[in-house]
Design a binder for this molecule. Structure first.
Ligand SMILES: [Fe+2]
Length: 456
């Protein structure tokens, strides 16, 4: 395949994924791929592949043309208002957006000061990643996180986000009850001006090979594999609710069902200032990603890589480009050329303190995203990761355990192991209750404590 790496706009240091990265001795992956081709059939897969590559030709050019403007911006009051049908439709279509003013700007800005103070008080006790020059901190229950997570506006927004999904596996009453948010604990980021960060190139959270290996997760993509990618509904959680993204244990997988991942901004951050990059399409890009392992580029002299019809069905190799059992799905221009990532992965527009950037994360797929390698701004770029998640039985079970861990000060289940090298894991022994300034849990509202798992 002709290389698409090398354009000046593509950051040096983000990984690429080529045939050399495949392990030909990985018989598990060979068998998994062979089994899926036998199950769905070569014709259906090929039909889906050609349809999807053609659909990309319609979906991607407007993103290239619009750049950051392809990511819509809504006002919090409009999103939670009664006349929000058009907004919800656009949210569904794009899968990523900014909601302005969820937390009042002055309040969010002062929480950044509080966070800086908390870090100063607990210097040396907070673990960060990458170890040599951390920007993401493995802390889940600092006072700022708990206050922002349980903020009444945050919960109100999350109810709206959870309501964007359908679920045919439960009654309408149960489905509605699921909209009630649970507050999955996640980490936070503080990135200083000039701080380089190459750790998060283009990727999709939520597991990688688990999407094929775990039955419920695979069924989420059934329409794609069956030759009907146009009927794939990213907002149907009928199967996704039981899927296991952590089918292969690892410190990077989230075992809860999140509807949207969210970044609550504590500081201003514009394009180029170390923030988020997004590929704002929620349906076709994921179909391409799921089909990619089943096809190989045409051999030299047998057609151009851009011609989807020329790609060759691969039913026998261990190649799952950019996928390792223990990691998220990783993408690059070499491994996923039709996505035109050099042009379609766009920087998030300016966010201000209190704004929330969200991206769709569940019910089938997660949005392709990255973190900008450079921070050319003048002030720290800081966000608290606060996803939206519904009250499904699995999620409630997770939160029941989380509440006990929160009270005891031990890390939440998904963070009891920290990422090591090549899938190795290290026990996380941090106790957040022992930290200076830890928030007394009785200062959290009843509604907030319930969403944190008390009495779940
Ligand atoms: Fe991510």
């Amino acid at each position: 395949m002709p290389s698409r790496i090398g354009k000046p706009s593509w950051p040096e240091g983000w990984p690429s994924f080529t045939d050399e990265d495949d392990d030909p001795k990985d018989t598990y992956l060979q068998e998994l791929k062979g089994k899926l081709v036998a199950e769905y059939g070569a014709d259906a897969l090929k039909l889906a592949w050609v349809k999807t590559c053609k659909a990309l030709e319609d979906v991607l050019p407007p993103i290239v043309e619009q750049g950051s403007d392809a990511i819509p911006i809504f006002q919090y009051d409009d999103v939670v208002g009664t006349d929000n049908a058009a907004i919800l439709d656009e949210m569904r279509a794009k899968g990523c957006f900014i909601v302005r003013g969820v937390i009042p700007e002055a309040e969010a800005a002062s929480e950044f000061e509080n966070l800086e103070q908390f870090f100063a008080q607990n210097r040396g006790d907070i673990i960060g990643w990458p170890k040599a020059n951390p920007t993401i901190f493995s802390i889940y229950n600092s006072p700022v996180q708990l206050r922002l997570r349980t903020h009444a506006n945050q919960l109100k927004l999350q109810r709206v986000l959870n309501s964007l999904f359908t679920d045919s596996s439960v009654s309408p009453e149960e489905h509605r009850a699921q909209w009630e948010p649970i507050l999955y604990p996640d980490a936070l980021r503080i990135r200083r001006p000039g701080q380089e960060f190459l750790g998060l190139g283009p990727h999709i959270d939520g597991g990688s090979i688990s999407r094929y290996a775990d039955y419920s997760y695979r069924m989420t993509y059934d329409k794609i594999f069956s030759g009907e990618p146009e009927n794939f509904d990213p907002y149907d959680m009928t199967h996704r609710r039981d899927a296991n993204p952590a089918f292969f244990p690892s410190g990077v997988h989230c075992s809860a069902l999140r509807t949207f991942q969210g970044w609550t901004a504590l500081t201003p951050c514009g394009p180029g200032e170390g923030g988020l990059m997004l590929l704002p399409d929620v349906k076709v890009v994921m179909a391409y990603n799921m089909l990619r392992p089943f096809f190989r580029a045409p051999p030299p002299g047998d057609g151009d890589w851009e011609e989807a019809e020329k790609w060759v069905l691969d039913d026998s190799t261990s190649s799952f480009p950019g996928q390792r059992r223990w990691d998220s799905q990783l993408l690059s221009p070499v491994s996923h050329p039709h996505l035109r990532l050099e042009e379609t992965l766009v920087s998030c527009p300016l966010v201000r303190p209190g704004d929330i950037v969200t991206r769709k994360i569940s019910s089938a797929e997660l949005l392709c995203h990255a973190v900008e390698p450079q921070h050319t701004g003048k002030t720290p770029a800081s966000v608290v990761y606060i996803p939206a998640a519904p009250s499904t039985p699995r999620n409630k079970a997770y939160m029941t355990q989380y509440w006990k861990d929160l009270v005891a000060g031990i890390p939440p289940d998904d963070y009891k192991l920290l990422d090591g090298v090549n899938g190795d894991s290290i026990a996380n022994t941090q106790n957040e209750r022992d930290m200076v300034g830890a928030l007394s849990l009785d200062r959290i509202s009843v509604e907030g404590r319930r969403a944190l798992g008390e009495g779940c």
